[in-house]
Design a protein around this ligand. Structure first.
Ligand code: GKR
Ligand code: MG
Length: 427
């Protein structure tokens, strides 16, 4: 077609930003978190943007696929998806090993979905700019004016080993009392109304005590605990007796759908996951195992914003609730999460976000604001945020200098404790 706007350039820039010494089932966060920033430029000089994982295998997949977009209209999402699926090998091999295992979404087997998602978000940003509409309108329209997020608490050390930079303002949190202080600070600063604790770190007794202390400090807030499958089935069943009346949902206490299905028979709190239902095959199996009642969606690995809207419909069909998972991320991802969450009627649980743990930004205007725990859904065209070029350059330089190319929480923990086993489930 004459004068049709087409994609003429794609830029992929890996970045690194400071991240806290947050503890989890795998170990501890490294001092730098990685992301990839995608910029898709059109023949009429518009730039659409997206943010996704920054591990080496995703970066390589993005780079392998970037030229597939050249010449496409920003509206040609099906053509983009077909090209990417044909080009990206889903399998695991010696040069494509399984990446960080805490979130199944980060496996290389999902590289095609991850690349499609990133390209789709950038192309939908362009579509919105061209039509003068926010992305949520392209997804059917916002059903809520703001999207609620939950406080995402972590056990943590006061500072990283070898002190690569000055410690963050959050301090140490290795006891129930310190977790309550962390929650109070996060709720005071962001206004969150739901609270999630990342568990699977310490003895379950201490983590249950933390949940009880949170309940005392926040008598009415919905509470969640996520041990990232680091508890055996027996431990999870025993803990359920104490947690049942405290939890809004019990997220991934024990590994696998079969384990979760067995646990479901022994607890009243609904089970939620971002670990044992991360693909349509697993979704189909869950319909038989009845393991999980609440799915934590994540457009970054479920294949994009439109795929997440479709997933929400599947959840409705199978009587499942929907919440949203997060990994360490910046404002471009937060905006994409906000658009898609705004457009899904049955995403009724406050979404996860690591955003309070991040101090740096890549977007113009700096860090995004939360009001009463929610992010306002943008009404400006496209995604609603733009890259600050000097920040992109700075964070890219940090990537080049930080020496990390793949997230490795286990390796990082072994710097503190060389004997750290990393067995899962540990308790
Ligand atoms: O950042 O340590 C972390 C989290 O544990 C993350 O890796 C998980 O993917 O947030 C996630 C979850 O809900 O399982
Ligand atoms: Mg989780």
């Amino acid at each position: 077609m004459k004068n049709q706007v087409t994609i003429k350039q794609v830029r992929i820039t890996p970045i690194a930003f400071r991240d806290g010494p947050l503890l989890n089932a795998a170990g501890i966060h490294e001092p730098w978190a990685l992301r990839s920033i995608v910029e898709v430029e059109t023949s009429d000089q518009r730039v659409g943007i997206a943010e996704t994982y920054g591990d080496a295998s995703v970066l390589r997949a993005l780079r392998e696929a970037q030229d597939l977009l050249l010449g496409l209209s920003p509206f040609a999402l099906n053509a983009m998806e077909a090209r990417v699926r044909a080009a990206i090998q889903p399998g695991v091999s010696a040069d494509r090993p399984i990446q960080f295992g805490l979130a199944t979404g980060s496996h290389v087997t999902k590289n095609a979905e991850k690349v499609i998602s990133a390209f789709e978000a950038a192309m939908m940003d362009l579509q919105g700019q061209m039509l003068g509409m926010p992305i949520c309108d392209l997804l059917g329209g916002a059903v809520r004016p703001e999207v609620p997020y939950s406080a995402y608490l972590f056990y943590k050390f006061a500072e990283h080993i070898d002190r690569p930079y000055a410690p963050d303002a959050w301090g140490e949190a290795v006891s129930p009392e310190q977790i309550v202080v962390q929650a109070q600070k996060m709720v005071a600063e962001y206004g969150f109304q739901s609270i999630k604790l990342k568990g699977g770190v310490f003895d379950p007794k201490l983590e249950i005590a933390s949940m009880k202390a949170l309940r005392k400090a926040f008598p009415t807030a919905p509470l969640r605990l996520d041990p990232n499958a680091n508890w055996s089935l027996a431990t999870s069943i025993a803990a359920a007796q104490e947690l049942d009346d405290l939890l809004e949902y019990y997220e991934d206490p024990t590994p696998g759908q079969e384990g979760m299905a067995e646990l479901a028979k022994h607890c009243r709190a609904p089970l939620a996951t971002n670990m044992c239902v991360t693909s349509m095959e697993e979704f189909k199996r869950n319909a038989t195992t009845h393991a999980v009642k609440i799915l934590l969606s994540d457009h970054h690995y479920w294949g994009g914003l439109r795929a997440t809207v479709a997933l929400a419909r599947m959840c409705a069909v199978f009587d499942m609730g929907m919440s949203m998972h997060s990994n360490s991320h910046l404002g471009i991802s937060l905006m994409a999460m906000t658009h898609v969450a705004a457009a899904i009627p049955n995403l009724t649980y406050a979404c996860d976000t690591h955003y309070p743990w991040q101090e740096e930004e890549v977007i113009k205007g700096g860090r995004l604001a939360f009001v009463e725990g929610s992010v306002k859904v943008p009404t400006t065209p496209g995604l609603g945020v733009e890259i600050a070029p000097s920040q992109l350059q700075k964070l890219h330089q940090q990537y080049l200098e930080c020496g990390i190319q793949n997230r490795d929480d286990l390796g990082q923990m072994r710097k503190y404790n060389p004997a750290f086993g990393g067995t899962n489930p540990r308790y």
